[in-house]
Ligand binder design. Sequence first.
Ligand code: NAP
Length: 288
Amino acid sequence: MKITFIGLGIMGTEMASNLAKNNVNLTVYNRTAIENLPFKNTNVTIADSLEDAVKDADIVFSMLSTPKAVEEVFFGQEKTLSLMKKNAIWADCSTVNPSFSLQAAKEAALYQIRFLDAPVSGSKIPAKNAELIFFVGGDAGVVKEATPYMNMMGKEILHVGDTGKGASLKMLVNMMLAQSMLIFAEAVLLGDKMGISKDFLLDLLPNLPVSAPFTKVKAASIKNDNYDVQFPLEWMHKDLHLAAITAYEVNQPLYIANLTKEIFAEANKDGMGRLDFSAIFKYLEKTK
Ligand code: NAP
């Protein structure tokens, strides 16, 4: 099987590296040439064009920033779908909205390409350690064919349902992630104002049952004033925007997520987009 990986950003580089470690027949491609890719002394082919990247591939994984980027690459100006082998699989791991995944599947079908939405839960470190959780939507047979490769990049492959259901689940998870981070930040800042030491709160609150477990890691980053990017704040803003679009499409009110989206929008506008999303703490601290 020939596997291609498109999009070597924070996540894509780690995911493709894990395919390489498993000696997969792998070709990678990124729009912008990257120096020091971690594929030295491997058999990985670094393609110079999308055509070279996909023309022989049996499975193409993509990990791109936004629905617009995925569209541009696969069925917009680049028309990568038209360059792929008939019956190949396209597994899109990017976080996009479910209606976009449905559109992508339709576009893929025009070229007899089999589509999976396969976004992941877990950030840079789980990606590095092959501990991602894949939320997959699509035909069970296609999921089965792609599973050995997803297993090389993740610890769990959840087949959620038909096309768009992987993207749907990912939307819920990130909505909760954003809001948990925000309420944690607010609680620490309020506690600090009331005279309880910030460090005490950062140590204590993540260990109480009311906190989301991931806040333990984020509390340590806040203590060190270290917001080196794992999951970019700008993509969290994007995901909240996609949740809002989706809620409109299915006629479901979304109160707190929309408020959260606007706070992330402010922080993004303030230039924090390429910090980790936990920098929402820094933003609130600055504006308090
Ligand atoms: P990133 O580091 O910003 O990488 C984005 C990738 O998309 C880069 O390879 C970039 O190529 C490519 N790209 C953007 N626009 C493009 C276009 N128009 N044409 C071609 N390529 C384009 O982002 P990331 O953190 O890896 O995230 C990627 C996706 O995974 C996003 O949907 C994000 O929401 C999701 N996600 C991220 C995390 C995380 O913790 N980071 C976790 C789970 C899911 P260039 O280098 O040329 O710009």
